[in-house]
Design a protein around this ligand. Structure first.
Ligand code: HEM
Length: 84
């Protein structure tokens, strides 16, 4: 996904759902994902997704291993907007 812009950790952290536009980004590896819309209703795990807002989802997915399957990674990649 080298076609995507590179953003800093600070930019990621700014998108924690509390900013002026209330957008929610999360990171997984080097990928940055805009989950603003997905978090509003589409996430089967509800509001819990917001615990990871502006940060890394890996520790949460270690806890909720339901995510560690091929199709969930596909859902995630569709939401990718940038690289770290
Ligand atoms: C379930 C996606 C982040 C907690 C799911 C499922 C998907 C999903 C597709 C359904 C899995 C299945 O039924 O096989 C995502 C995506 C995330 C994300 C794309 C981030 C970009 C999180 C985070 C947490 C979380 C950060 C916790 C802090 C849960 C829980 C379930 C779940 C508890 C199980 C819900 C249930 O079946 O009752 N998630 N998730 N998720 N997610 Fe997430």
């Amino acid at each position: 996904r080298d076609d995507l812009p590179t953003v800093s950790l600070e930019e990621l952290q700014d998108h924690d759902g509390t900013g002026p536009d209330a957008s929610v980004w999360v990171a997984y590896g080097r990928g940055v994902y805009d989950v603003t819309e997905f978090a509003r209703g589409a996430h089967p795990g509800g509001d819990k997704i917001l615990l990871a807002a502006g940060g890394d989802i890996a520790p949460f997915w270690d806890l909720y291993a339901v995510h560690k399957t091929g199709w969930v990674y596909e859902v995630l990649e569709e939401l990718r907007v940038a690289n770290l």
